[in-house]
Design a protein around this ligand. Structure first.
Ligand code: LIP
Length: 265
């Protein structure tokens, strides 16, 4: 493995492990909402802020010349060509309510391309990782997507935004898609959903409105496990639309989402 990528992986794994332990073991029983962002249901807790500080302090200590982009406000340009993209708690609402499906998501870009991705899911006891071109793993277990099923047999993950108008548009897409596939799962963490595609626990995933920190690490892990990822036809995954699925399912799913206008709203 490339020495730089090996170092970035080691740093990401340690940062995610430290933040995951803080979040798992230090969650206050009376955890409340510390602030809201784009809407009254787009919440931040004191633990989101504490975890992002732990991660950014660790990155500054180990990789002081790197840039950082974090969901809770971390933003430094850096001079090394490496930028960290950090979601300290992906699945914040699940974490707030004490539900198990949340993760620490840490990606490292080299010259603008995601090279390393780590998603730690402490309550699951699993940490997913990938280095571009080197495969995807959960611990030491190699990950591989489930072979593409017929469209009507596909288990599809998705999620919803925090703005009323967007949620109404997303519900219309869901209303059309649900009768056409095996079933839908809404887990509440894009990073975990993308890792579940990588593990073969979901056949596919799509969502409109994600931020880079939601999908950067998970999309690399899904790619390295054999999934195709993207947005609207011909576009990369983005906040407009993120789609992930194995070849043979990715194409019909992406085409159907285009027909349904899943990128609107
Ligand atoms: C979450 C995403 C999830 C989406 C939620 C939320 P957060 O990120 O991971 O897929 O459906 O609405 O955006 O806000 O918990 O970091």
């Amino acid at each position: 493995m490339n020495p730089l990528k090996a170092e970035l992986l080691s740093v990401a794994l340690e940062a995610a492990a430290r933040a995951g332990a803080l979040l798992r073991d230090g969650r206050p029983d009376d955890l409340g909402v510390a602030a809201t962002k784009t809407s009254p249901i787009d919440v931040v807790t004191e633990m989101d802020l504490a975890a992002e500080k732990l991660i950014t302090d660790f990155l500054a200590e180990r990789r002081p010349a790197d840039g950082v982009l974090g969901e809770e406000g971390a933003s430094t340009a850096g001079t090394s060509g490496v930028r960290w993209v950090v979601d300290p708690i992906d699945g914040t609402v699940n974490y707030l309510y004490g539900l198990p499906s949340w993760a620490v998501s840490i990606a490292a870009e080299i010259d603008g391309e995601t090279a390393v991705g780590v998603v730690a899911a402490p309550v699951r006891g699993e940490t997913y990782r990938a280095v571009r071109g080197e495969g995807a793993f959960a611990g030491d277990r190699p990950l591989r997507v489930r072979p593409a099923p017929a469209f009507g047999q596909a288990l599809i993950g998705t999620g919803f935004g925090y703005l009323t108008e967007r949620r109404a548009a997303q519900a219309e897409v869901l209303r059309a898609l649900l009768p056409e596939v095996r079933d839908i799962r809404r887990g509440g963490s894009a990073a975990i959903d993308l890792c579940d595609v990588a593990c073969g626990r979901l056949d596919g995933y799509y969502e409109r409105g994600l931020n880079p920190w939601d999908y950067a690490a998970g999309a690399l892990i899904a790619q390295e496990a054999g999934a195709l990822t993207g947005g609207r036809p011909g576009d990369p995954a983005s906040g407009e639309l993120t789609v992930a699925a194995p070849p043979g399912l990715f194409e019909p799913l992406q085409a159907r989402l285009e027909e349904l206008g899943a990128w609107r709203g």
